[in-house]
Write a protein that binds this ligand. Structure first.
Ligand code: ZN
Length: 306
């Protein structure tokens, strides 16, 4: 079996969910780190999976999070850089701020984790040539920000449009449609455009999309246990590599965890914890039947012959 897959968890704090939906984030708790991360650790331990946790460096200012980060490293997981403060509009920032978000994110995470941080994931999956250059020059070896998923892109465009009509400002941002034409398998990027193959850019691990279905936690929650396992089984058979993505909040539940009812705007938080756990377990087991799950940092990608 030489097919591989990798599993990433973006540790987005609940504060960011308030911001996406244009809500006041003052009552946000640390549950994504405190509860969500711990539940993913448990699930991965049960399945023998070593994953990549993409973390936001400023979250380390909250009590207990640095210990949680080190516990992940001690369990054999990889830490990836999800920026310093998770600005959704990273590609629209000034060059100085953009560089600081990428560089400080990596620097702080690496110092706290006491382990190498070589991977990057952009907030909201947006990237471009200037951001790629920053990611390369601040010591990263790979990026996993490209998400070539038409249903996701169309839904995001529609929601942001509706929110604008209702006078609500989301902090999220719609990136370039070029992402929809990007390769599906891991590739080496072109320096001038991270959405196309080249030979001297970053290694890119696009988030897996199979038959229009993104292999991400919220999609699994929407599909349920059997359909998620079915899609993952087919996808793993058909691909040399799958990059699967979760968010720490995917294993939180409004009802089971007594979260702020205002977060009901995020539909997957309404699903019961037990059902989500069973669904993710079934999806990951289906992948493991056909592919070996490895950390992104352990994968080697060679440029395509030119
Ligand atoms: Zn994020």
């Amino acid at each position: 079996m030489n097919r591989t897959a990798s599993v990433g968890v973006d540790v987005d704090s609940l504060r960011l969910y308030y911001r996406i939906h244009g809500l006041d984030d003052r009552s946000a708790s640390n549950a994504a780190w405190r509860v969500g991360v711990a539940r993913f650790e448990e699930l991965f331990a049960e399945l023998g999976i070593k994953a990549t946790f993409f973390c936001v460096a400023e979250d380390l200012d909250l009590p207990g999070n640095t210990d949680r980060l080190r516990r992940l490293v001690a369990a054999g997981h990889e830490i990836g850089n999800h920026t310093w403060r998770h600005p959704y509009e990273l590609t629209r920032q000034s060059p100085e701020i953009r560089r600081m978000e990428v560089g400080q994110g990596r620097f702080r995470l690496e110092a706290a984790a006491e382990a190498p941080v070589v991977g990057f994931r952009s907030p909201g999956y947006n990237t471009d040539a200037a951001l790629q250059k920053d990611v390369l020059e601040t010591g990263h070896r790979y990026d996993s920000s490209v998400f070539p998923c038409l249903p996701y892109y169309a839904a995001k465009a529609a929601i942001l449009g509706l929110m604008r009509l209702r006078g609500r400002e989301s902090r999220s941002m719609l990136g370039t449609p070029k992402v929809l034409m990007a390769p599906r398998a891991p590739y080496v990027c072109d320096r001038a455009d991270p959405h196309v193959r080249g030979k001297d850019g970053l290694v890119q691990f696009p988030i897996a999309v199979f038959a229009g279905v993104p292999l991400i936690g919220t999609a699994f929650t929407a599909l349920g246990e059997r359909a998620s396992a079915f899609v993952c089984d087919l996808a793993a058979r058909a691909s040399n590599h799958l990059t699967i993505e979760f968010h720490a909040a995917d294993l939180l539940s409004l009802r089971d965890d007594g979260l702020d009812p205002a977060l009901a705007v995020q539909p997957d938080l309404r699903a019961p914890l037990d059902r989500k756990r069973r669904t993710f377990r079934a999806a990951l087991k289906a992948v493991q039947r056909h592919a070996q799950i490895v950390r992104l940092a352990d994968l080697h990608v060679v440029p395509a012959a030119q």
